[in-house]
Design a binder for this molecule. Structure first.
Ligand code: GLY
Length: 324
């Protein structure tokens, strides 16, 4: 089949790659603009990202994260690391929130264990001494989204994917099946309810050596730290409905002060980068990976979980395309 994939972030690239491996003639339409992936931390974190009432999303995340090791192995070095997550809180109220979360996660059958202050300190000695209790899960992992995109571009080129320019309307595209994987831009192309949720995220270098992803609550606010094997620490992320692509002093202040409240040694790190991304959100936070009509498949609306859900999405899109 002749398949056009619109959107060249990790989702579009992975769909194009998998479809080309199945001998479809694939053209990838790339508008050349970095998408949400360029800001993303790359958490593969069904537990750290499990939210109350979102058990269907958690099931998808668990399935996709299980597929990640084999997916990464086929691509080469994408920075895949099984870091595990620590869930920690600063104030007694934050710590109570962690305990509530842990009970919810246990009720979903997720592998999460409570840790005493001593156990926490053994796992992560650089945590602030006031962090008394928390939880640990081994299943959370990470990749580097920028490396992932590089490897996927190489894999697409090797598999024979042709690259073309941006698409302004679906009538521009000549193919048997069109797959729209254009993140927040999918709304304008398809009319589906996908809207951008802005996030700011910072990258630090040369800071404390952390062994785990850290998902924290600090005075009721969420923050996460993703320590890369190369020493980078990604601290994220704000969340707002604004549309301004410029980073703000307030966003950076919030992220750094919350990170320092959890790990005081973050003060010594070099400030490397602040970036802004727009998460493609849906009304129920579930991605839309479906056939819309004959010849049109959508793979978008991954909200906070585009990187984690990439392998699952690519496999589902191959099935949807071949079932046309
Ligand atoms: N996946 C984390 C975020 O969207 O901030």
């Amino acid at each position: 089949m002749r398949v056009a994939v619109v959107g060249a972030g990790p989702i579009g690239l992975a769909c194009a790659w998998r479809l080309a491996q199945r001998d479809h003639a694939v053209t990838l339409h790339d508008d050349g603009a970095p998408g949400a992936w360029h800001a993303a931390a790359g958490m593969l974190a069904p537990v750290a990202e499990a939210a109350f009432g979102e058990h269907r999303l958690t099931d998808l995340l668990v399935a996709s994260v299980r597929a990640w090791p084999a997916f990464a192995a086929q691509l080469g070095d994408v920075g895949f690391a099984r870091s595990g997550s620590l869930l920690v809180g600063v104030t007694p109220a934050d710590q109570a929130e962690i305990a509530r979360y842990r009970s919810y996660q246990e009720s979903l059958g997720l592998p999460v264990e409570a840790l005493s202050a001593d156990q926490l300190r053994q796992r992560e000695p650089l945590l602030q001494p006031g962090v008394h209790a928390g939880a640990y899960t081994e299943i959370d992992a990470q990749v580097d989204p920028r490396r992932l995109v590089e490897r996927l571009r190489e894999a697409c080129a090797k598999a024979g994917v042709a690259v073309a320019g941006a698409v302004h309307g679906l009538s521009d595209v000549d193919a048997d099946v069109v797959v729209v994987a254009a993140g927040s831009g999918t709304a304008a192309l398809t009319g589906l309810p996908i809207h951008p949720v802005r996030g700011e995220i910072v990258r630090l270098r040369g800071g404390p050596k952390l062994a785990h992803l850290i998902r924290g609550y600090v005075h009721g606010r969420h923050v996460y730290l993703v320590p890369r094997p190369n020493g980078e620490i990604v601290v994220g992320a704000t969340s707002s409905e604004e549309s301004d692509p410029r980073p703000t002093a307030g966003g950076v202040h919030e992220l750094l002060s919350d990170a320092i409240a959890l790990v005081p040694g973050v003060r010594e790190a070099e400030f490397a980068e602040v970036s802004v991304g727009f998460r493609p959100a849906t009304p129920d936070n579930l991605p839309i990976v479906d056939r819309v009509r004959r010849g049109l498949v959508v793979a978008a609306g991954h909200y906070r979980n585009g990187i984690a859900l990439t392998p699952w999405t690519a496999d589902r899109v191959v099935n949807l395309v071949e079932a046309q």
